[in-house]
Design a protein around this ligand. Structure first.
Ligand SMILES: Cc1cc2nc3c(=O)[nH]c(=O)nc-3n(C[C@H](O)[C@H](O)[C@H](O)COP(=O)(O)O)c2cc1C
Length: 321
């Protein structure tokens, strides 16, 4: 089996896993408009995939061929379930499996999963080994943070690098920092050096605002690739060369938003309520003047037809089309 990671041109770009956002509809949209080098699913519970709740989670793990290479992200704290979940993901035809060891949310940390694994390096290693066993030869990667309460790169990262993972994504914040302050790219550079010595690819993450910004940071801090999360929300043009350092105009954003509605209907409407689309609308309109009224009206929309009508009226009134 070909390991897709070894075929990527550096520095490569990745659409980050973002729970509730990088769902099958949004990934299909990004792949259609401006595809990054790699896409990752939202995180999915390994325990859930081994339970009766599996059917719903499988809906979140849908993907289209256009998204390849596509990586499924799993979280959990039970090696047996992780191995079974990895085997299931391999059967579904994914190109790789990523293990979440960075989620700071209480609901995840109190299960001993996500960022809590930074405090349990022994269990983290067992989970990785179980994933590799289940993965049937698919490359396994890890996404984590620079530490739990402080920078622990020098102790935490080496324990991961010896396990047989192919790539490591590092978000330059601690669990305690959650999403506040700025990402510490010097700590990412420290990890990049260790990863290079161990022959593991390293991906920097945190505050990347554009394709150009990602490329500059990768060069400056010595990472093989970069991953964009919040900067790519409501902006499926994020990985387009034409917008490598600028934002698309509002007309293009509104067109993408309308296309997103169609892809939601095709890929997700049976799994998630239309109301979950509202949070995307806020991101689409972020940074554009005089869109407050439209944002407020969109927050009340309950159908795609509502949104289309609001967007048409707005665009006509503003002379956008
Ligand atoms: C709402 C939200 C959901 C997220 N969900 C996930 C997830 O499912 N898996 C994961 O590894 N990281 C998740 N993250 C973290 C992002 O992937 C990323 O590491 C973080 O936002 C920093 O990158 P950024 O500065 O580009 O946003 C999430 C972040 C946010 C804001």
């Amino acid at each position: 089996m070909q390991n897709f990671w070894s075929l990527l041109t550096k520095p490569f770009s990745i659409l980050a896993p973002v729970d509730g956002y990088t769902d099958p509809a949004y990934r299909a949209l990004v792949a259609e408009i401006a595809k990054p080098d790699v896409l990752v699913t939202e995180f999915v519970s390994a325990d859930g995939l081994c339970s009766v709740g599996k059917e719903h989670l499988l809906q979140i793990l849908r993907f289209t061929e256009a998204e390849r290479p596509i990586v499924a992200q799993l979280f959990g704290a039970h090696p047996d379930n992780m191995e079974r979940a990895a085997a299931l993901v391999a059967e579904l035809g994914f190109d790789g499996i990523d293990l979440n060891m960075g989620c700071p949310e209480r609901i995840i940390v109190t299960q001993g999963a996500g960022a809590d694994l930074i405090r349990q390096p022994g269990l983290a290693v067992k989970l990785i080994k179980a994933t590799i066993r289940g993965a049937a030869g698919l490359p396994v990667s890890v996404k984590t943070r620079i530490g739990f309460g402080q920078n622990e790169v020098s102790t935490w990262i080496p324990s991961l690098l010896e396990t047989g993972i192919t790539a490591l994504t590092l978000h330059g914040r601690t669990r305690t920092a959650m999403y506040s302050g700025t990402a510490d790219w010097n700590a990412i550079a420290e990890a990049a050096k260790l990863a290079r010595e161990a022959g593991v690819l390293v991906i920097g993450n945190g505050d990347v605002s554009s394709l150009e910004d990602g490329r500059v940071r990768a060069r400056q801090y010595g990472t093989d690739g970069f991953m964009v999360a919040r900067g790519a929300l409501g902006n499926p043009y994020c990985f387009a060369e034409a917008f490598a350092s600028t934002q698309p105009d509002l007309g293009l954003k509104l067109k993408a938003m309308t296309r997103h509605l169609e892809l939601f209907a095709r890929h997700l409407a049976d799994a998630r309520s239309f109301v979950t689309m509202r949070k995307h609308f806020v991101y689409y309109l972020r940074g554009y003047d005089n869109t407050k009224d439209l944002k407020m009206a969109l927050m009340l929309a309950t159908t795609a037809a509502d949104v289309e009508r609001l967007v048409q009226d707005f665009a006509k009134h503003r002379g956008i089309w």
